[in-house]
Design a protein around this ligand. Sequence first.
Ligand code: ADP
Ligand code: MG
Length: 432
Amino acid sequence: MASKIRVKNLYKIFGPHPQQALKMLRSGLSKENLFKKTGHTVGVHNVSFAVQQGEIFVIMGLSGSGKSTLVRCINRLIEPTAGEIYVDEKKITRLPSQELRQLRQKKLAMVFQRFALFPHRTILQNVAYGLEIQGVKKGISENRAQAVLKTVGLKEWSAAYPDQLSGGMQQRVGLARALAVDPDILLMDEPFGALDPLIRKEMQEELMELQEKVHKTIIFITHDLDEALKLGDRIAIMKDGLIDQTGTPEEILIHPATEYVANFVTDVDRSKILRAKNIMIRPTAHVSINDGPRVALRKMKKEALSSIFVLGENRTLCGIVTVERAVEAVKNKETGLQQIVQTDIPTTTPETLIQDLIPVAAAAKVPIAVVNEKKKLLGIIVRVTVLAGLIGGGENNNNVGSSAESGNNVKESARSMDHISDPLPTSITGMG
Ligand SMILES: Nc1ncnc2c1ncn2[C@@H]1O[C@H](COP(=O)(O)OP(=O)(O)O)[C@@H](O)[C@H]1O
Ligand SMILES: [Mg+2]
């Protein structure tokens, strides 16, 4: 698939002789030593990534890691030292100034942390500004501005002046101004960084709702991991000008690529990020609804299970049979499973957040069945994975939970999630 934005081997070095410094960096000199020896600062260090149309791509890293430099290279506010940038697969790193202006005005819009609104212009005039400088007629630009203000929930404020608005509302005006020119791409450099935590949360929600409507391609910069995990379809984690890892929130939590990333995500509440599909495992055994109780008993014995899932055609879930009921059925010389299968068992969708499974797991006596909309069994979730996960990943970043639980109806051996991706197709685990 063609990328919306593609960045390839990008470097930005600050100082009087960046090309010489680049040679030294490429030949292996570290960022620190380059600075010590030559006074050059590495802002962006050989960064590559691609962003797809409609994606929210988050660049996360501590202050000074190179996020702003990187995003400013993308709209060419900063001239890269080396490397290429493509927008819609068109190289923009060698663009004539006329085309560059077009690109900035029409395709890319930037939202900053502190948006400089014009104090003597009304909110409407502020939002219409971007269109005005493109030469759009006043009537048209103000109509458009009014529509965008409605989208960001500020319709009633169009005649007000910036100082009448709260910080959060001003930031929304900034967003509206960026949206007014209907850009394909929004570059957002810590847009909520100056807001109070509560307002910030609200703005995050609003941005996600807005994105449902507008489907822009968004590069969103933050130093806040929670914000990154919440907003990002994918996240790139930056450190010292380098990208340590690019991946979905789940991938980053489950398989941190470096120690730095692992340390970063240690304290994250996984139950708010990971979903049923991320922790489900393949059931060790199941029986067909057409099997008899003897078959069920044999399989349970072999796998040391005290209950077993019963499946119909196409792996549709019929229910569960317990060892007690199976034994009873054999004694009574019953032949089918229909009479003894329990159908009122806990189920969930693959997309359910683990957080929402906690009460289910606490009340359940058997594993939770993960089923799709056709009731096909995709996997099972052992209760310990959910409940022990509450105690946090800590040193054990690969596991949601890691202790075995005994006395349960079914053998609930908690396994490392590393193993999940093996037995299940990637389309199910979502980790491919
Ligand atoms: N104009 C500049 N001149 C010199 N060094 C700069 C300049 N802009 C940024 N830097 C340096 O580049 C590095 C990355 O900065 P920046 O991109 O602002 O990081 P972030 O946005 O992640 O906080 C820092 O070490 C910073 O000091
Ligand atoms: Mg910055």
